[in-house]
Design a protein around this ligand. Structure first.
Ligand SMILES: [Zn+2]
Length: 434
């Protein structure tokens, strides 16, 4: 069991890590090393031998291994990123890097994404050292840099250059799952992530004939690109149910006592009310135009126009995504991947999923665990190259009014102390029994 010291430490660690500003502005502008050293010190205090690893000076990752009691068991990866997205202090009620604990709530950037989980991992392994606990499986603990940008200095670098540290790992857990979703009608749902959509950030370019804005021009690059972008924005992608989303809909339907009619998903979603939010972004591929850049003077037709599109595809949906883009862009517009990441699918009938479910239910008997697919991506994409199946499991029991999704990258990001205590208890139980 998580002892009193673990419950104190998880709050201190969350607060301390928030105070270490690891803002990742992209383009290499971030320095995780002080946070990595802090985490390594806590691991060393638990008798572990953490390695500090950098591809780029200051962009530090931490990896440590805990030997399990069953040498025949596969290893489990437990990872959390150390960087955070930017926060503008003027917008916040409490300074975003204060780590202040006020009225039982820890405030600051990273409170839910994801210094909370980093702190929970540290608190659990330190409690084990005090109590002489050994997990069944080997655990590989990794704290990564650069998750909020390209992961090139973080999990991507670890997967490429230090695969040996993850030897034997078949499954991993990290952010964005097992938090309380209140449906507004008294139900508490704990979605555990068992999949991620893939990332397909696209660059579109249209070529045409440059010329005077007063002349007839049937080869206007701006017109061509605008038409393609409008077609993409208006496209209605067909519903494609992946195994995880299928399981999510089936379990939610059972919870709400409605028929799980998967041929008529829109009507099923209507019956699920607010809980439809847990699946609606992962029923289909998506492509949202986000940037448009063309021209330099009002009476000059430019020879080229460029746009960017944030595309996401379901597990198994990449081919359809490509073919659809070819069709929507048409002959006058080229498209290419500006950045691409794989989609992930993890089994929901695995022993690991069952152990996560049991750990949540042990401490939240009123809660209902359901699987879900993440609309976006995490470090699990990089670790999947090592054959590691990723689950989103960072348990947090949130009171009503704490909208987890709104806090993610949001203003006034914060986490109740009680939520951290629940997280430590659930994580401790899962990691012992997994
Ligand atoms: Zn995150």
């Amino acid at each position: 069991m998580a002892d009193a010291q673990a419950l104190d430490e998880v709050v201190t660690f969350t607060s301390d890590l928030i105070r270490i500003d690891t803002t990742n502005r992209g383009g290499g502008d971030c320095r995780e090393r002080p946070a990595a050293e802090y985490a390594a010190e806590q691991l060393a205090g638990a008798g572990l031998e953490p390695l500090l690893l950098e591809r780029t000076e200051g962009r530090t990752n931490v990896v440590a291994r805990i030997e399990g009691s069953d040498p025949s068991a596969d290893a489990l990866l437990v990872h959390g990123h150390l960087d955070v997205v930017p926060a503008r202090a003027g917008d916040w009620s409490v300074h975003p890097f204060s780590g202040e604990v006020r009225d039982g709530v820890v405030w600051g950037r990273g409170a839910v994404d994801m210094k909370n989980m980093d702190a929970m991992i540290l608190a659990v392994v330190r409690a084990w050292a005090r109590q002489g606990v050994r997990p069944r499986r080997d655990l590989v603990i990794a704290f990564t840099a650069d998750e909020e940008a390209s992961a090139e200095d973080g999990s991507g670098f670890l997967a490429d250059e230090h695969a040996e540290l993850f030897e034997g790992c078949t499954e991993g857990i990290s952010e964005s799952g097992a938090f309380t979703f209140h449906d507004g009608a008294g139900r508490q749902i704990y979605p555990i992530a068992a999949g991620e959509r893939g990332t397909a950030w696209l660059r579109l370019s249209a070529r045409g004939r440059a010329g005077h804005g007063s002349r007839v021009n049937k080869e206007n690059a701006v017109t061509r690109l605008a038409a393609a972008v409008a077609r993409i924005g208006a496209h209605e992608w067909p519903v494609r149910l992946t195994p995880t989303v299928r399981a999510a809909l089936t379990e939610l339907a059972a919870l709400y006592g409605v028929e799980a009619d998967l041929r008529n998903v829109d009507s099923l979603l209507d019956k699920l009310g607010p809980a439809a939010r847990l699946v609606e972004a992962t029923l289909r591929n998506s492509a949202n135009p986000t940037m448009f850049d063309a021209g330099y003077k009002i009476n000059v037709i430019p020879g080229e126009a460029v746009a960017h599109v944030d595309g996401r595809y379901l597990p198994g949906g990449e081919e359809e995504f490509r073919a659809t883009m070819d069709k929507l862009t048409g002959p006058d517009v080229d498209w290419e991947f500006h950045h691409r990441e794989v989609a992930l699918e993890a089994p929901v009938d695995s022993p690991a999923f069952a152990a996560m479910r049991a750990a949540v239910e042990a401490f939240a008997p009123e809660g209902h665990v359901v699987p879900f697919c993440m609309p976006g991506g995490t470090d699990a994409k990089q670790f999947s190259r090592l054959g590691i199946t990723g689950y989103g499991f960072s348990p947090l029991k949130l009171p009503e009014g704490f909208d987890y999704h709104a806090l993610f990258h949001g203003v006034d990001e914060r986490v109740p102390v009680e939520a951290l205590h629940f997280g430590v208890r659930v994580l401790d139980r899962f990691l012992r029994t997994a």
